[in-house]
Design a protein around this ligand. Structure first.
Ligand SMILES: [Zn+2]
Length: 394
């Protein structure tokens, strides 16, 4: 036995933590080990000890040395580091340990990977003392020459030199990290467990804090979902994000065309949401705020299930061709990362798995528009983890 007695529970917890961090389900780990899913559950709960062969197989999948799972990590965490702005998904007042760890990891990567000049975005930051959020959002669209339809927020951020990290976070939906010395470096960490349109909104929201030149204050750090609605800075960031993703003038024009035959139908609203790559719900809220639909229409449509409307659309049109992610991209990206001096010390740790997962996902979503993607984030992460276990053992 690799583990005995009291330590089973501690080992089990570390297995669970690592598995979740790499976004693998108990079922997939079980498959890799030729075990039933229930056995993995027992291992994680400390009810079953790991055989040596099982431990080695898990380590292969997690890309780590056995002692990472067997020994208590005594490293102390610096909890003083806090992001400038972050948006929570729950009302808790503190960031949980896991999210804090992810932020610290990202922060230290940003420092190590420092560019030798200020991020491009510096020239896009509003110089007004009281910037109007929706005006600033239209200005960005104009400056970047995005005339119509959905905006690929991620590509915009990369273009502006903002580093974006996709992470599996708990309570946070997004956070902004700034480093001022020796240059201005900006990083946004975003929770990739959220639905895709939510990820885009979070990115646009954090971009707003940058463009609108918001200074971080203690009060922002403690803003919860409830507080968010009453915090002018957070409200401005949401307004900016909504205008960036769904510009008012364009929505009015398109809606006018649709409305020649009366009110907007649920199908037309659904088509609008597809055009701008936002959720049906987000489009409803936006149309209602802009008074393009009435309160009673909003209420009536709110109870509709987008999946049902989608079915109708698919029946009425020829279905859109979906593109799966290209598995051969894993090797190409792995090779590029291996060549980079910066990542040399990571390729023998679980961080290597995470790094490759994130980069492969980033590549996929920056090349294929949201509406054409056939593979979800979970499947990409799984495929990368198994690819490493098979092709790149330590
Ligand atoms: Zn915010």
């Amino acid at each position: 036995m690799a583990t005995t007695g009291d330590s089973n529970r501690a080992v089990g917890l570390r297995v669970r933590e690592m598995r979740k961090w790499l976004r693998l389900s108990q079922g997939e780990v079980a498959e890799h080990l030729n075990l039933q899913r229930a056995a993995i559950s027992s291992i994680e709960n400390g009810k079953r000890s790991l055989a040596v062969s099982e431990l080695l197989q898990i380590c292969r999948l997690f890309h780590c040395e056995p002692n990472v799972l067997l020994k208590q990590n005594t490293e102390t965490k610096d909890l003083s580091l806090l992001p400038s702005f972050h948006t929570r998904m729950t009302r808790e007042d503190t960031i949980d340990g896991q999210d804090q760890k992810e932020i610290e990891r990202f922060h230290s990567d940003l420092i190590q990977n420092m560019k030798d000049k200020d991020a491009e975005v510096a020239s896009y930051i509003s110089d007004k003392q009281f910037p109007v959020p929706d005006e600033e959002a239209s200005t960005i669209r104009e400056k970047l020459n995005i005339k119509t339809g959905s905006i690929e927020v991620l590509s915009v951020m990369i273009k502006l030199g903002i580093q974006v990290r996709f992470s599996s976070l708990g309570q946070l939906s997004g956070a902004l990290i700034r480093i001022y010395k020796p240059n201005t470096q900006l990083g946004v960490i975003v929770n990739s467990d959220q639905p895709d349109d939510r990820v885009r909104f979070s990115l646009a929201h954090e971009l707003a804090h940058i463009i609108l030149g918001h200074k971080s204050e203690k009060s922002n750090i403690t803003s919860s979902i409830k507080g968010r609605r009453f915090n002018p800075i957070e409200r401005d960031a949401d307004t900016f994000a909504a205008e960036l993703l769904m510009p008012e003038s364009e929505l009015i024009n398109i809606s006018k065309k649709f409305m020649e035959d009366g009110l907007l139908s649920e199908l037309e609203i659904f088509q609008l949401s597809q055009k701008f790559a936002v959720s049906f719900k987000a489009m409803l809220v936006r149309l209602s705020e802009l008074k393009i639909i009435s309160r009673s229409q909003y209420n009536a449509f709110s109870s509709l299930k987008p999946t049902e409307i989608e079915k109708q659309t698919l029946e009425s049109q020829s279905s859109i061709k979906k593109i799966a992610f290209d598995k051969s991209s894993i090797e190409t990206i792995a090779n590029t990362l291996r060549e980079s001096q910066f990542y040399l010390n990571k390729t023998t740790s679980p961080e290597w798995v995470r790094l490759l997962q994130e980069r492969v996902w980033e590549k996929y979503i920056t090349t294929i528009p949201a509406s054409e993607r056939a593979t979800d984030v979970k499947e990409v992460y799984e495929t990368v983890a198994f690819w490493i276990a098979e092709n790149d053992p330590i």
